[in-house]
Each structure stands twice: as C-alpha cells, then as structure tokens.
Design a protein around this ligand. Structure first.
Ligand code: G1P
Ligand code: ZN
Length: 543
C-alpha cells in the first residue's frame, strides 16, 4: 500500500456555512473536491498523526463512497484509529456521543441534515471537535483559509474497508473499529430517562407514532421506542434509511412531515407524534390535534425537565438561538436561572455547555438538546417529552394550555423565501441595515419599534465576536421580527423572516397562529419590502 501525494489546487465554494459544508452531491463528487476539503480540515486541526477519530453519516447517496475516501486520507495522514458506525452510519447526536465517550480527538460527520439526498440532491461534511460539538467559528475560518491555499493532499492507495460488520480491521497502519451505530446512544438515553415510567405509560394504552422520514433515526427509534420501551410494532414508520430518503425532504416540520400531521389531526390520532430529520438531530413534536412549535417545545422542556432523572437537580441555564421565540426566556426568568441568546447554529452553544452555564438549548428550526452531547438531538427531545408525559399524566394539549396560562403565549412562525437571487436578497438586507437607526419609535400596524439592530454576539467564555447575525426589530408590545439569510442553502439565497407576538397569560391564548401574527407580517412587509425584493407574493415555506 502506498501513500500518494496528489498535486491539487484550490476549488471555489468551500466555505463552511451554518453547519459544515453543504453542496450539491455532484459537486462533492467532482475530482479532488472531497479530497481537498478533508485534507484542509486535517491541516487546519494541526494534522491527525496518532489521533483517534470518529466517522459516520446519515446514509444518504455517496455516504458509503465518501467514507472510504475519508478513511484513505486519514490513513495517509498517519491517524492511529478511526471508529466508524456500521455501514458508515451514525446519527449526528450518536456521533457526538461516540466522540465524547471514547475520548476521540474529533470526528467527521457526513450529512446535509434535512436537505434532500440523492445524486441530484445534496451532500455535506462537517468536522466536530473533541468535545463532540461542531467546529467553532475560528476553526471553520481556518479550514476555509486552508481550502484557498491547498496544493496537495495525501491518500492511501488501497482496497475499500469492509464496514458491514462490527469488529476491527485496518487500512495501512491505521486501525478501523466498526461499531453498532445504535448501542452506545441507546445506553446513554437509558441513563438520562426513566424508561420504566415510559414503559408503564405505554402499557397503559398510550399510543405514539414516530416518523423517521426514511432517514437515519429509523434503526435508533425502532430499537429504543419499540424494542426497549415496548411501543407497539409499527409505531415507528418510514423506518428504513434510504439513500434518497424515499425522494422526500427529511425535515420534521408541518410542511414536510405532512403525512404525520394528517394522522395527528385526524379522528384516530395517537396520543403523541414525532419526527426527526435526515441525520437525527432535529425533532418535531405533535400531540393529538395540536402541533407544538419548536420554540414552545424548548420552553416546556425547560419548565419540566426535572421530571427526568438526568435533570432532577434542575437546570443551570437555558440558551436559544436569536431567532427562536422568547418563550424559554420567560421560563428561565421565573426559575431564576441564566438565559442566553446566541447566533443561529449549534456551534454557538458549545462553550456555554462546556462551561456548565446552560443545561438545555434550542433553536426554532426544530433543534433541541442538552449537555448530554454537543449536538441537538431529535430522539432525546422525543424521550424527554415522553418522560414528562409519563410523569404528569396529562395530554400534550393540556400541558401546552397549562404552560401558556402560566407564562403567556409567544405566537410564532417562520416565513422562508427560497432560491432568491443572491444580489436581491443582499440588497434587502443592506437596505435594512442602513435604516436601523430610523426605525426606532416608528409605528407599524399599530405597534411601535422599541429597538432595531444587526445582531452581534460576544461569546461570554472565549470573548470571540460574531457579527451580522441577522436583523432584530423589537416592538414595545413584545412582538418581534427577525430577518436573516440562510447559511445552509445550496441554491441562491434563502431569506428567513421570523415573526413573534406575545400574549400575556390573561390575554388571548387561542388564536389561530397566522391570525395572531397578521399585524407582525404586515409590519415586516412594510419595513423590509419583501415582495419587491424577492419578486414573490408569498413565502415558499411557512413553518
Ligand atoms: C438552519 C437553521 C439553523 C440550524 C441549521 C443547521 O440554518 O435555521 O437553526 O442550526 O439549519 O441545522 P440556516 O439555513 O438558517 O442558516
Ligand atoms: Zn439535521
């Protein structure tokens, strides 16, 4: 077996976004593309000589072949060992757990999350550090710099490794340990949650439906929910991971998980419904006849986490991404614990979690998690909900009602305008940035602007600063509009408009969401001139 040093040159478009590098699969399959990016990561982290790494992905098209390339490059760069999920499968939270549990130096996760998979869809790769979390901004910047100056990569010329059975094999001088992708993760869940209580709930006739959306959580959910907790066989649907996710869009929200929504709003709905995304880090929670927004879910979990053994001692604090509704802040305030507002992207929670400042964190984009790993975790959120339902012996609808009656309700929705030409989207944002100072005190739809800014975040631990993280417009009545451009899209720009309106506990708690938000929507249009800039009369996706 020989190590070949291949002469290469920088390839445009290798700037990692909100979570790693995401591109069309065919772009990743171009000559030298994946190789350059992997070598750039390795160079940026100071090499992998003698190091132990974790490798796995969500099983989408090209997952298997990309895994072999990454293994060859790691071997050629002198890595001591790579721990790989069987068939190169690992959900994102399971990969995070494995890095931590095995004290690895980091890991490669192959995923484009909830983006569709297939030869004509998307692929992605990200690197997580020794704490199990996504690369911080500083490392992402180093990786990007390296992709712009790379002149060579090292690769081992050898046969593919057989990854189909747990066990040990090798590639050159590098050891490869193949592990069951589910086992360690399931064990962690058993430590955190009261499996006996959930089992009793299910024995008592409580019914559930988990939609794995043909993605990586199928085997995890089947093992945990059906085999270990005793949910009826068939409770987990779309449970077989497919390279193209069955042609679907594995994003757990009411639009893409419409099959589940239909069942949950129907006459024979089970008590509880949930779904997860391509790589298993997102979650959607639905009760019989009631959808729980991710922002509300974070707040309810924060208020009730003590029902689970893993959080019995209470929470140290709660963090949410800036566009996420302020519902969780209200819980933190009442509990007298810290609350933090961070830029979009899980990497910004890492330092807070590592420093023990927060126990729970979440994003409006269906991401919820805790300090048990350093990624958001779809099945974890489902199990925490089940643990709470088992302890409180109430329906999802009753729990939501109680919550709003105690804290008030933050009506919330996100409107996405997709595939907008980048220059038009930038023009909208630039125009807004130039007007921020004028907005203060102005009235729109009967609401007065209290503050408007371009969100900048100073990390309280390492003091690093992230600027231009989105425009925030807050109104005196507690309503809020946030606008930002997506960092994960692969086609043109995606404009995200986040809308929030607060009703106090004695206010109107039962309005249809889009009705409650209509003045905020009108104000957003007036302030940002969305129609004119995007050329669209309505958002492409409303969640
Ligand atoms: C989106 C979500 C963000 C999440 C990210 C990765 O990023 O909005 O909350 O962290 O996906 O799952 P965006 O496309 O908005 O940059
Ligand atoms: Zn994901």
């Amino acid at each position: 077996m020989t190590v070949t040093t291949v002469t290469t040159s920088p390839i445009d478009g290798q700037k990692p976004g909100t979570s790693g590098l995401r591109k069309k699969t065919r772009v990743f399959m171009q000559r030298h593309f994946l190789e350059n990016f992997v070598q750039s990561i390795i160079d940026a982290i100071g090499g992998v000589e003698g190091k132990t790494l974790v490798l796995g992905g969500d099983g989408r098209f090209f997952n298997d072949r990309a895994a072999q390339v990454i293994l060859r490059i790691c071997a050629a760069n002198g890595a001591a060992k790579v721990i790989v999920g069987r068939d190169a499968l690992l959900s994102t939270p399971a990969a995070s757990n494995l890095i931590r549990k095995r004290a690895a130096d980091g890991g490669f996760i192959m995923s484009a999350s909830h983006n569709p998979g297939g030869e004509n869809a998307d692929f992605g790769l990200k690197f997580n550090g020794a704490n199990g979390g996504p690369a911080p901004e500083s490392l992402t910047a180093r990786i990007h710099d390296r992709t712009r100056e790379i002149t060579q990569y090292r690769i081992l010329e050898t046969q593919d490794a057989d990854l189909s059975q747990p066990g040990t094999t090798s590639m050159g001088g590098m050891e490869i340990e193949i592990v069951d992708p589910v086992a360690d993760y399931a064990a962690l869940m058993e430590q955190i949650f009261d499996f006996d209580a959930i089992r009793t709930l299910l024995e008592g006739g409580f019914t559930l439906r988990f939609d794995a959306m043909h993605a990586v959580t199928g085997p995890y959910a089947t093992e945990i929910l059906e085999n270990r907790l005793g949910a009826a066989e068939g409770s987990v649907v779309n449970a077989t991971p497919l390279p193209d996710f069955g042609g679907g869009h594995p994003d757990p929200n009411p639009v893409w998980a419409d099959q589940l929504m239909k069942v949950m709003m129907g006459r024979d709905a089970p008590d509880f419904g949930a779904a997860s995304d391509g790589d298993g880090d997102r979650n959607m929670i639905v009760g019989r006849g009631i959808y729980v927004t991710p922002s509300d879910s974070l707040a309810v979990l924060a208020a009730n986490a003590h029902h689970a053994p893993g959080y019995m001692a209470g929470l140290s604090g709660v963090a949410r991404s800036m566009p996420t509704s302020r519902a969780a802040d209200l819980v933190a305030e009442k509990a007298g614990i810290g609350s933090y507002e961070t830029p979009t992207g899980w990497k910004f929670f890492g330092n807070l979690l590592d420093a023990g400042k927060v126990t729970l964190c979440g994003e409006e984009s269906a991401g919820t998690g805790s300090d048990h790993v350093r990624e958001k975790d779809g099945l974890w959120a489902v199990l925490l909900w089940l643990n709470i339902l088992a302890a409180r012996k109430q329906s999802v609808a009753a729990i939501m009602r109680d919550h709003w009656e105690e804290y008030g309700r933050n009506y919330y929705s996100r409107h996405d305008y997709e595939a907008v030409p980048a220059e038009d989207a930038n023009a909208l944002m630039d125009r807004l940035r130039g007007r921020l100072d004028d907005l203060k005190g102005q009235e729109f739809s009967g609401m007065t602007v209290e503050a408007a800014d371009d969100f900048a975040y100073r990390d309280p631990i390492d003091e690093s600063v992230a600027e231009h993280q989105g425009i925030r417009i807050a109104f005196t009545d507690g309503s809020r509009i946030v606008l930002r451009l997506s960092g994960t899209g692969t086609e043109g720009a995606t404009l995200r408009v986040y809308l929030e309106r607060y009703q106090p506990a004695d206010g109107k708690l039962d309005l249809p969401v889009q009705d409650a938000l209509s003045p905020v929507v009108a104000a957003a249009e007036e302030i940002a001139q969305i129609r004119k800039h995007t050329g669209k009369d309505a958002p492409d996706v409303t969640t």
